[in-house]
Design a protein around this ligand. Structure first.
Ligand code: KIV
Length: 272
């Protein structure tokens, strides 16, 4: 697909992102990791791209996101931004990268922005508000991430819905306010009850992006492979498969193998 034929990007910066709060349309975000995924997204109306550390699970078959490093995230960020047609690209701070002090966090942000990201996403807030604030004040836009934060998997006792009790919901509200106070331009809410996501969305002046957080957030994010049916092993209540690309791939591979076995491929016009 020649880049020149791609439509103009809809959302180019965090300013466009923030302007959607309360005004709409709701923000669509997709986690993607490779150049060609980004090219498909560039040619789609999806608003923005997240280079998620979920790449460790989806691409590499790891059991969790811990294997992602700043180097790995930068490599995929570079590939994605080269294909994203100028759309807003946000790159994940990987496991513990926000917990090694300000200098290490600045180094990680520098690596991701040099690779082409326009912003970074950082899980959690307690104990590293200073990192969020320092990056924002250094000119690095930061997207927060609360609720189920997969980098804290072991502390949370697994991939569980968060904020289910009144006290836990109140604590999430406190954290959401801290994320906003630190200067973050938006907030991902992962796996929280719809009522809690609605309350948090009303309480903060920055857009909230939900995954497993019901319909009342300012936008939604899903992983490219999950929403297109390319990850048939993954199932979650929140997941809707908007296409069955897995079946198309399976059929295509079977057709190729059959054509080769029967000597039907290559035909004369496919030969030199
Ligand atoms: O890593 C990721 O893809 C994410 C989204 C699912 C929010 O953090």
């Amino acid at each position: 697909m020649p880049l020149a034929s791609l439509p103009l990007p809809h959302m180019k910066s965090v300013l466009d992102f923030k302007a959607r709060k309360g005004r709409g349309p709701k923000i669509s975000m997709v986690s993607a990791y490779t150049h060609w995924e980004a090219r498909f997204l560039a040619a789609s109306p999806v608003d923005c791209v997240l280079v998620g550390d979920s790449l460790a699970v989806v691409l590499d078959g790891e059991p969790n996101t811990f294997a992602a490093t700043p180097e790995i995230m930068a490599r995929h960020t570079r590939a994605v931004t080269r294909g994203a047609g100028g759309k807003l690209v946000i790159a994940d701070f990987p496991f513990l990268a926000a917990r090694r002090g300000l200098a290490a966090a600045v180094d990680c942000a520098a690596e991701l922005l040099r690779a082409g990201a326009h912003a970074v996403k950082i899980e959690g807030v307690d104990g590293h508000e200073d990192v969020l604030r320092h990056l924002v004040q250094s000119g690095v836009p930061v997207l927060g991430h609360l609720g189920l934060t997969p980098q804290s998997l072991h502390a949370l006792g697994g991939n569980k819905v968060q904020g289910k009790t009144e006290a836990a919901a109140a604590d999430l509200l406190r954290q959401a306010r801290a994320v906003e106070a630190a200067g973050c331009f938006g907030l991902v809410l992962e796996c929280v009850p719809s009522t809690v996501a609605a309350e948090l969305t009303a309480a903060v002046g920055i857009p909230t992006i939900g995954i497993g957080a019901g319909p009342h957030t300012d936008g939604q994010v899903l992983v490219f492979h999950d929403l297109l049916g390319l990850n048939p092993g993954f199932d979650a209540r929140f997941l809707r498969r908007f296409a069955d690309a897995g079946a198309v791939v399976t059929d295509g591979l079977a057709a190729f193998s059959k054509a080769v076995a029967k000597g039907e491929y290559p035909a004369k016009k496919e030969s030199y």
